[in-house]
Ligand binder design. Structure first.
Ligand SMILES: Nc1ncnc2c1ncn2[C@@H]1O[C@H](COP(=O)(O)OP(=O)(O)OP(=O)(O)O)[C@@H](O)[C@H]1O
Length: 277
């Protein structure tokens, strides 16, 4: 559904993209992760047809992004809605532009209003909504025409847990129906929930691609024991149970808490940074 090969994009001295390649199949959710400035949003902007690459090739459903607008739904990092216009009017406008009419348009609006819990503020102007409500409205605009490719750039930033869950549920459902999804986030548990494969961007390129099991297995997490006298001991380990037994055996002091942390995105970036110096 999406094929990007060796994309480059330069802003002055900054190489925002430096040979960025990524392929996403129909029905696949790809979690695009990477440090700030890695090039994720620039990639999303190119695929959504907002900006053009300096070189390289990108196709959506076999076409140039500018010719594939109706196949693409974008929820950009920064809210791009009209402040005086209500959420419902946005959905009618964007659904209508994509060719949805009357009953079909109404059906899609009703479904999204329900799934993303928009009913309470659907008839209010966007400019009067909270940040989280605007994010939900933005996501609904991306989804209204059932695009074959969804580009979600940090769609849950600032969202409360219920909103986050509602959005993840809709995205999973769309992927089951065959939608290809690119989902950028700084939050690994969301990608586990989406059962996404990962693409790790660094300095304008994708430097690792695979399932989270392939990329995270073998990376150390952390076991931390806090004793009641407030002393804290932590160990970086790939074997948390063994490490915990080791920490506690022979220890007579009462334990206040035990915390086992799985490998995080930071652990992944660190391991890849070592591999890519
Ligand atoms: N319009 C622009 N003009 C100048 N520089 C830009 C522009 N857009 C992006 N850049 C630069 O390109 C690089 C990549 O930025 P981009 O926004 O794609 O990163 P990102 O991975 O999305 O980061 P974040 O996680 O912070 O959203 C950064 O160094 C950024 O400063």
């Amino acid at each position: 559904m999406l094929e990007a090969t060796e994309l480059t994009k330069q802003y002055g001295d900054v190489h925002a993209l430096a040979g960025f390649s990524l392929t996403v199949e129909a029905g696949e959710i790809v979690g695009l992760v990477g440090h700030n400035g890695a090039g994720k949003s620039t990639f999303v902007e190119i695929v959504s047809g907002l900006i053009r690459p300096d070189s390289g090739r990108v196709t959506v459903a076999g076409k140039d992004p500018a010719q594939a607008r109706s196949a693409i739904g974008t929820s950009p990092q920064h809210i791009a809605l009209y402040r005086p216009v209500t959420v419902r009017e946005h959905l009618k406008l964007y659904g209508g532009l994509a060719g949805l009419r009357r009953a079909a348009l109404q059906r899609e609006i009703d479904e999204l209003v329900g799934a993303l819990r928009l009913s309470e503020f659907c008839d209010r102007p966007v400019g009067l909504l909270s940040g989280g409500q605007q994010r939900r409205a933005q996501a609904a605009v991306a989804l209204i025409h059932r695009p074959g490719l969804l580009l979600m750039d940090e769609p849950t930033a600032g969202a409360d847990p219920e909103t986050r869950q509602a959005l993840l549920d809709v995205i999973k459902q769309r992927a089951r129906e065959g939608t290809a999804v690119v989902y950028t986030t700084h939050y690994l548990p969301e990608l586990a929930e989406l059962e996404a494969t990962l693409a790790v961007a660094r300095a304008g390129r994708v430097i690792a691609r695979g399932t989270s099991a392939e990329l995270l297995d073998g990376l150390p997490g952390e076991v931390r024991v806090t004793f009641q006298d407030e002393e804290e001991v932590s160990i970086s380990t790939t074997e948390p149970s063994t490490a915990l037994v080791g920490l506690l055996s022979g220890n007579e002091r009462p334990v206040a808490s035990v915390d086992v942390r799985k490998p995080s995105l930071d652990d992944l970036y660190r391991s890849l940074a070592v591999a890519h110096v």
